[in-house]
Design a binder for this molecule. Structure first.
Ligand code: SF4
Ligand code: SF4
Length: 367
């Protein structure tokens, strides 16, 4: 049964059980958040999403407040803006930016709200690092807890999304901080370097080590991971024709915000100087096109020569035909890949069974 309520003088229809935040966002109304993320369990700790509800004595956190029939809600008033600025300034009092990132980078979620509400670092606070910058030896995740605002998104991402339970709040009150395991390194605390904690962190306290200083991308290209058959989607962040970062695409149908270490961090091969971009064949194959002639053993190790695709296909077809005709179809085997499309794998099956005439066909299943 739909529910009708009013948000900012607009009649809104919500689904039963939806929160005020969900109903507002579904109708294009922006309510600021920090500890909230739609892919994580709600904790309602940062209070940035407070709204005024007619009849309620105090502002309410919209992330956990279920919409009810006839509710009258306001999401932006001078009093709410003042409260939000105060919340952000309290967070700024413990937020220390060591400025190792590039000058042209995108604002983090936290910086975005700080700028929007005009929050200032409180007078008298000393914004200098109190914790070690780049404090964990994890090869992929950058840790700078000077920027941590204790939203616990990393804790929930690691526990609820990834099931690894690496991060946890440690200590009480003003001395609380976020630590890995029993104050160990991330890897000692069973981290598998999936990068989910960095993807969910709204401040850059956790970031991607490979791209922490890479700056702002020129464009983002949504693509499907080529490593295995799951088909995760993500955005390649491209700058000057080079991939500088992978970011999650929240609406990816298969994986949402999730990625494994290969998908999130295994992209530098694309620019590796050893990467083959054109086919190569052994030189003797070009010199002795009819290889039924005796080939001296030394020629088999002759140098590699770059050729065009037609030449490479011709040689491959000729050698396969020769092997089939000389030694029988079962002398040939076909290995396909999870990196191929279903249609490509179907065609390889037809090629093995109907063109070559063998059932020797297999699949790598994973990488
Ligand atoms: S990288 Fe993944 S496994 Fe490691 S701490 Fe972050 S979320 Fe947990
Ligand atoms: S490290 Fe980032 S995600 Fe984790 S609690 Fe701190 S600010 Fe939140």
């Amino acid at each position: 049964m739909p529910i009708t309520l009013t948000i900012n003088d607009r009649p809104i229809e919500a689904v039963a059980g939806q929160t005020i935040l969900e109903a507002a966002r579904a109708n294009g109304i922006v309510i600021p958040t920090l500890c909230y993320h739609p892919a994580l369990p709600i904790v309602g700790s940062c209070r940035l999403c407070i709204v005024e509800v007619e009849g309620a004595r105090t502002p309410q956190a919209a992330c956990g407040l279920v919409a009810r029939e006839g509710m009258i809600v306001r999401t932006e008033t001078p009093a709410l803006a003042r409260d939000r600025r105060t919340i952000l300034e309290l967070l700024l009092a413990n937020y220390r930016d060591a400025e190792y990132t590039a000058a042209d980078r995108d604002d983090t979620e936290f910086e975005h709200w700080v700028k929007l509400y005009g929050a200032q670092c409180p007078p008298g606070s000393t914004p200098r690092p109190q914790r070690k910058v780049n404090s964990d030896p994890n090869p992929f995740v950058w840790v700078d807890m000077n920027k941590c605002i204790l939203c616990t998104r990393c804790v929930r991402a690691c526990a609820d999304v990834q099931g690894r339970f690496v991060w946890r709040p440690n200590g009480r009150g003003a001395r609380t901080d976020i630590v890995a395991g029993l104050e160990t390194t991330m890897l000692e605390a069973r981290c598998e370097s999936c990068g989910a904690c960095a993807a969910f962190c709204p401040t850059g306290a956790l970031d991607n080590k490979m791209s922490v200083d890479a700056g702002k991308p020129d464009k983002k290209v949504t693509t499907t991971c080529a490593y295995c058959g799951v088909g995760c989607q993500f955005d390649l962040n491209v700058k000057g024709n080079r991939i500088i970062r992978v970011t999650s695409t929240p609406n990816a149908p298969v994986n949402g915000m999730r990625l494994c270490v290969k998908g999130r961090y295994g992209y530098d091969f694309a620019h590796h100087p050893d990467r083959l971009k054109r086919p190569r064949v052994r030189k003797y194959l070009l010199e002795t096109p009819n290889s039924k002639h005796q080939i001296p053993k030394s020629s088999l190790q002759s140098e590699w020569v770059e050729v065009d695709w037609d030449t490479a296909f011709d040689i491959t077809a000729r050698k396969l035909r020769e092997a089939r005709d000389t030694f029988g179809p079962d002398s040939v085997g076909v290995l396909t890949s999870a990196k191929c499309l279903n249609e490509e794998n179907y065609l390889m099956n037809k090629f093995a069974r109907q063109v070559i005439g063998t059932n020797n066909i297999d699949h790598c299943a994973r990488l």
